[in-house]
Design a protein around this ligand. Structure first.
Ligand SMILES: [Mg+2]
Length: 208
């Protein structure tokens, strides 16, 4: 559709055609947080809000009594940190007890007022994670409503204006602006065409 509303309508023409025709809203039941004038911001969970890396380190230490240093894990995939990582990720509590990444709560609350925010996590590979992730968000990010939480399989379905994620596989096919959140697993890689951010303070400097 011809866009008088901003880039999100160019990126998702079929979806927004449902809502708009000739500038008139056809469906009044728009999701909470939906504001046509705002840019849509897509934020990942693991490695961006939730410190999954710390969980892998902690679970490996629990099993082996050996604590890996950050330097030892630079360049390793999350699942390469421990031979049992594939089992750890299935354990109850792995996602529920993940530490919150520094400054994410304060910055995301401010972003939530300025952007149409959605938390998008590729979670359905691990079905038991779904309930844990929602409970984790409710505890640590209570300002995020259930309508703003999207738990999916592939993020190729996702469209918006800005995506913050720690994985190239999610950022590479995103049509909008892409912020690569630094994690040990992506630290040795280049940035490709993405903007690298090393902390939530850097996110705030770019987006607030
Ligand atoms: Mg992630």
């Amino acid at each position: 559709m011809a866009s008088n509303f901003g880039s999100k309508y160019d990126l998702c023409p079929d979806f927004f055609a449902v809502y708009f025709k000739n500038g008139i809203i056809l469906d009044g039941n728009l999701p909470v947080g939906f504001h046509a004038a705002m840019q849509r911001l897509i934020v990942d969970m693991d490695g961006v809000l939730a410190d999954a890396h710390a969980q892998f380190i902690t679970y490996h230490e629990r099993d082996t009594k050996i604590r890996k240093t950050l330097a030892e894990t630079i360049g390793l995939s999350e699942l390469e940190i421990s031979p049992r990582s594939n089992e750890h990720i299935l354990e109850p509590g792995f996602f529920r007890d993940a530490p919150v990444i520094a400054d994410s709560q304060e910055v995301l609350e401010k972003l939530n007022r300025r952007y149409e925010l959605f938390i998008v996590s590729a979670a359905t590979e691990y079905p038991t994670s779904l309930v844990e992730k929602i409970a984790w968000l409710q505890e640590h990010f209570p300002f995020v409503t259930w309508q703003q939480i999207v738990l999916c399989g592939s993020k190729k379905i996702v469209c918006g204006d800005i995506m913050i994620d720690d994985h190239f596989k999610n950022l590479d096919h995103f049509a909008g602006r892409t912020l690569l959140f630094t994690q040990p697993h992506n630290q040795k890689a280049g940035n490709k065409h993405h903007e690298r951010v090393n902390s939530w303070k850097e996110v705030a400097q770019l987006l607030l």
